[in-house]
Design a protein around this ligand. Structure first.
Ligand code: BES
Ligand code: ZN
Length: 483
């Protein structure tokens, strides 16, 4: 492949004022375009990406803690007071910039944990050895969320160096459990002392998507989430299907019946009361979402590789993704899954499921309704066990608040186009709770492109987007100081 890395390469930025920018890394893409990235910036990013902070896997607990230490060291080196708070699971890092009297405080949230890497064999380079190919860095966490966090940390560092100090107060709040449900942070933010420590005027989050490399997204909403598992069991042992078949209920068949009953022919969720209180989509939203690049029904089908979309009747793909609640099967298992065939009636079958929620729904209420639905449709001859897992509420804020306007301007100044206003189909379950306990709005300035493959093999971030993320962060901090 035509990718060359000249490293190190020394040249000067136009003003040449900042010694730490002088060293650059030249990255040549296959198309021959040469891209210069600040070397110390990439050193920080790559060191961060090398730590395998997989929050879901016990074997990585030490790595997750090492990743928290890495952030604490980096932030202390910048003059922040950074503290690692230990929890029952993974540490929470809170860091404050030197206090500037009379200026607003922005709380910047992010997560330093990452999703598991499997299937490992599908990665073209090792997930924790950041590798540059064609202008992108490939590594688990490159986009979600280490690249986004590091862009904002470096933005703060560079503003401090360029202007002598930050023009406002910055608190960083970084957790290591987002990808597994933020259990510790939910507890942490209930503490009144913590709430005092995190007091702010606005919350900024960079852990969401962006529409296209030159079209930024300003998101004013997130979906909520609730996860659950349904286990259906029957016979005390696997049975020979010839000796007992036809006489007993097959747990897999029963589970499939139950699961199939969750949607109707219009592809709506058939759980009684599921749509109660759901906030209708506003007309201005429908209009503006028609123009989001990549989000037409045809583009969505092409991007995902499906032969055709299948949406809730009456709604476009974009509307369903951004603002309609959904009910998803995430995994289903039971019986013989090995080579060849085995004529067996298994003892049990399990389905892992989750609902994405929108404003007007709560995880507790939806879990009650879903459980009641399964109890109602559970066929005779099997037992069911419903297990509730983690969740969080949807979140919606006003995109046109003073801080919201500053955020939109920072995005437009950096990317050369005004941001599209969207709601996110994804969830950051802790945000609604942080916003609630602190009484402040959250703004989402995400850098994850549709082709960043977050949660998938070959997760990546375009270096150009990382650099722009830093520029955007610097503009944002400077504009917010005046908002
Ligand atoms: N960064 C994502 C959320 C996201 C990504 C929102 C892209 C919008 C666009 C976050 O790390 C994430 O994946 N959250 C999980 C929730 C968690 C509890 C597993 C999700 O949305 O599935
Ligand atoms: Zn994330």
């Amino acid at each position: 492949m035509g990718i060359k890395t000249h490293f190190p390469h020394h040249s000067l930025y136009a003003d040449g004022a900042f010694f730490f920018y002088k060293a650059q890394k030249k990255v040549e893409t296959a198309a021959g375009a040469v891209y210069n990235a600040g070397m110390s910036r990439l050193d920080d990013l790559f060191a961060f990406l090398r730590i395998p902070s997989v929050s879901a896997q016990a074997e990585h607990a030490g790595d997750v803690e090492r990743c928290a230490d890495f952030l604490v060291d980096k932030l202390r080196g910048m003059g922040f007071s950074a503290v690692k708070h230990l929890t029952d699971i993974h540490p929470i890092v809170v860091a404050h910039s030197p206090h500037v009297e009379g200026r607003p405080t922005v709380l910047i949230y992010g997560h330093y944990d990452v999703m598991p890497v499997d299937p490992l064999e599908e990665w073209k380079s090792a997930p924790f050895e950041p590798t540059v190919r064609e202008g992108r860095v490939y590594a688990r966490g490159a986009s979600d969320d280490k690249g986004e966090i590091m862009a904002l940390v470096l933005a703060a560092e560079e503003v401090m160096k360029e202007d002598g100090a930050l023009p406002l107060n910055v608190t960083f709040l970084f957790e290591g459990e987002e990808e597994r449900g933020s259990e510790s942070l939910f507890k942490f933010v209930q503490n009144p002392e913590v709430q005092k420590d995190l007091a702010c005027d606005v919350i900024v989050v960079s852990d969401t998507g962006m529409a296209a490399p030159d079209i930024p997204s300003f998101s004013y909403g997130l979906k909520g989430l609730c996860c659950f598992e349904l286990e259906v069991s029957g016979p005390a042992m696997d049975l020979h299907s010839g000796i007992f078949g036809g006489a007993v209920s097959n747990p897999i068949t029963a589970l499939c019946e139950m699961v199939a009953s969750t949607h109707d022919a219009r592809n709506r969720v058939a759980v009684e009361g599921f749509y109660d209180g759901v906030m209708p989509i506003q007309n201005w939203e429908k209009e503006s979402w028609k123009r989001v690049p990549g989000m037409s029904n045809t583009e969505l089908a092409a991007l995902t590789g499906v032969p055709a979309l299948r949406t809730e009747e009456g709604y476009t793909g974009a509307e369903c993704v951004y603002a309609r609640p959904t009910f998803e099967l995430n995994g289903i298992s039971g019986g013989y899954e090995g080579e060849g065939s085995k004529t067996v009636i298994p003892t049990r079958a399990v389905a892992k499921m989750s609902c994405r929620l929108v404003p007007g729904q709560t995880p507790e209420d939806i879990l009650d309704k879903v459980e009641a639905h399964f109890r109602k449709v559970c066929p005779v001859g099997v037992r069911m066990k419903f297990t509730r897992q983690h969740g969080g509420s949807a979140y919606l804020s006003d995109p046109n608040s003073a801080f919201g306007k500053a955020a939109q301007k920072a995005l437009e100044d950096t990317f050369g186009n005004p941001p599209v206003l969207v709601r996110e189909g994804g969830s950051i379950p802790i945000i609604a709770e942080i916003s609630r306990v602190l009484g402040k709005d959250a703004l989402f300035l995400g850098l994850d492109l549709p082709d960043a493959r977050i949660h998938s093999p070959n997760e990546n971030m375009r270096l150009e987007i990382f650099e722009k993320g830093i520029t955007m962060g610097k503009t944002l901090l400077r504009l917010m100081a005046q908002a």
